[in-house]
Design a protein around this ligand. Structure first.
Ligand SMILES: [Zn+2]
Length: 587
């Protein structure tokens, strides 16, 4: 009975396939409310057990944006057993309070459903234990001196010959307005190999000791798919890209840990990043792999504050296929979602994604990197699809997106599966025909969340013509596609409000606007970050809107993003993040 009703809620909420029964139920309920009787008695709320005096929590005096088309706005709602049981006016909801009910007076603040990040590498251990030379969470310009200073401090505590590493560097967020180079890193130490990694993950910067230990000299040739960069005099400048970095893997000592220490770090990392997620209003995050055992133990000790859609790869994915574990296995806190991103092409921010035309201004005709053949991709997709697991590929450029769709269309023909919802991580550069094919498959593009704001300093490399077709939220929503948002953290910050500001304004931190035709409204941006996120992991029946029967995951905001200056959306404070009716973060 209850399951049946929840399915009705879900279909109505998506604004599609609306059933007559569901629609009539709500209309009747709303009318009853207008005549002073409890409005919820004839709606799905009754199925979830709303009775006078039995709510665990009521929230009143709020500006609630439900993301539920049947009742888009409300003043109040009630929660019982971790779920919303009723949504309505202050008077209606107050009627559900009893002596054990907690009451939160929202003082006219705005409440929206908890946000979902559909693509996150969730590197909590790095945040907790490593040297961070850039700001993981926001646009912040740093000096090269500050980078040297932090790494010197680390070198002082590190035996000679052991690596000293810096993380979260961003080459376009440096006050000095020049590239970090080998000489800077030689100032850190001449006795330690030193490396600074770009947050994008495709380029690293080394000192002389590291280059020497790896045997890289002026005479060393570039590798296929990688480079040892040089300055204007032809000397190594310390920047090494992509595959060329593999020569550093087996040189120098690295800090080692006992199995117990590794275990501890894994758990502390998850607990730490969970705190960061709820601080920014995220209540569900799609994790690209990670330590599944640590997640479960952190949950058992009560420190998993957000919900995990676990995206498996490698050994875990193989075991899923071998043992018949499909997407959806798990519970409301940790559940197997789609696969981890299976890579088809290169990077957007570091300019290696696969394009159908040469990169603007590139004289050699470079079109980016395709990292897999169509045949290999077809075989991988077919294997995963047949196993009942939601496929998910990293495809940025139009060429890679086409390859992904070709492979999925082929798999669906061979082995038709209803409601497969293939996921396309990034899905950056589109054209009309790709959008139509995505719509036909009900594929889910999980596009960059914060890039429009955070990475606007890199779009000049593509130019306005391509940016009009990049991160194409407007095109997808107009076509009726369930466009979702994925930060790709660490490459992008994960703050959903920063992401929404970029989606609404298409204006970067530097004041530059790129692809203004792809702007969406605040209402749409909220839906992308909530209901569409839930749809991406096939969880829209329990997540993504403030609807009776769904999990009580919501966020209290200090200001209303609908009415504030759109260029200040990212500065709105997360006042409170609630997961399953419990406060996971409070400012
Ligand atoms: Zn990624």
């Amino acid at each position: 009975m209850r399951m049946h009703e929840l399915i009705d809620v879900q279909e109505d909420t998506m604004g599609e396939r609306q059933t007559r029964r569901g629609f009539m139920g709500v209309t009747a309920g709303a009318l009853t409310g207008a005549f002073g009787r409890p409005w919820f008695t004839s709606t799905v709320a009754a199925a979830a057990g709303a009775e006078a005096g039995n709510a665990d929590l009521i929230v009143i005096n709020a500006k609630v944006y439900t993301v539920d088309t049947r009742m888009p706005r409300a003043e109040a709602f009630a929660v019982k057993n971790s779920r919303f049981i009723a949504v309505g006016t202050n008077d209606e909801i107050k009627g559900l309070a009893g002596k054990d009910t907690r009451t939160v007076d929202a003082k006219q603040m705005t409440i929206v459903p908890g946000f979902t990040d559909c693509h996150n590498h969730a590197g909590g251990e790095t945040l907790l234990y490593e040297v961070l030379v850039g700001n993981p969470f926001d646009v912040e310009f740093v000096t090269i001196d500050s980078i040297i200073g932090k790494l010197r401090a680390k070198a002082r505590q590190t035996p000679a010959g052991t690596w000293v590493e810096g993380y979260f560097f961003d080459d376009t967020k440096v006050k000095d307005k020049r590239q970090l180079n080998v000489h800077d890193l030689d100032e850190v130490s001449l006795d330690h190999p030193v490396v600074v990694g770009h947050r994008g993950g495709h380029t690293s910067f080394y000192n002389s000791k590291a280059l020497e230990m790896a045997g890289v000299t002026k005479a060393t040739q570039n590798t296929p798919g990688g480079t040892y960069d040089r300055d204007e005099k032809g000397e190594l400048n310390g920047r090494v890209t992509d595959t060329a970095r593999s020569v550093f893997n087996n040189v120098g000592k690295r800090e080692t840990f006992t199995p117990e220490q590794r275990d501890q770090r894994g758990k502390d990392g998850i607990a730490h990043i969970s705190k960061q997620f709820v601080r920014y209003g995220l209540t569900t995050v799609h994790h690209e792999g990670g330590n599944l055992a640590a997640m479960q133990e952190v949950r058992a000790r009560g420190e998993l504050l957000h919900r995990v859609s676990y995206e498996a790869s490698g050994r875990v994915l193989d075991s899923m296929i071998a043992s018949g574990i499909q997407t959806g296995f798990g519970d409301e806190w940790i559940k197997f979602g789609a696969t981890s991103e299976h890579t088809v092409d290169g990077s957007f921010s570091e300019r290696t994604m696969a394009l159908s035309q040469p990169y603007p201004g590139n004289k050699s005709g470079y079109k980016g990197n395709v990292t897999e053949t169509q045949e290999t991709l077809n075989a991988w997709i077919e294997k995963v699809h047949r196993a009942g697991i939601q496929v998910n590929c990293h495809a940025n450029g139009d060429v890679a997106i086409d390859m992904f769709l070709t492979a999925v269309e082929r798999a669906q023909k061979l082995f038709p599966r209803a409601d497969a919802r293939p996921k396309i991580t990034h899905c950056t550069l589109i054209n009309d025909s790709l959008v139509q094919r995505i719509k036909a498959l009900d594929a889910i593009p999980a596009m960059f969340t914060t890039y429009a704001y955070y990475n606007s300093d890199k779009f000049v490399f593509y130019g306005e013509d391509m940016m009009k077709r990049s991160m194409a939220y407007r095109s997808f929503l107009d076509a009726g596609v369930h466009a979702a948002a994925g930060s790709d953290f660490s490459p992008g910050p994960f703050a959903p409000l920063m992401g929404m500001q970029g989606m609404v304004t298409r204006k970067g931190w530097d004041g530059k606007v790129w692809g203004a035709n792809q702007k969406i409204t605040v209402e749409e941006a909220i839906k992308v970050n909530t209901l569409h996120g839930a749809y991406a992991s096939k969880e829209e029946a329990i997540k993504g809107s403030i609807t009776p029967g769904k999990l009580a995951d919501f966020v209290v905001l200090s200001e209303d993003p609908h009415t504030i200056d759109p260029e200040k959306i990212k500065d709105i404070k997360i006042v409170r993040t609630v997961v399953g009716g419990n406060t996971a973060y409070e400012a």
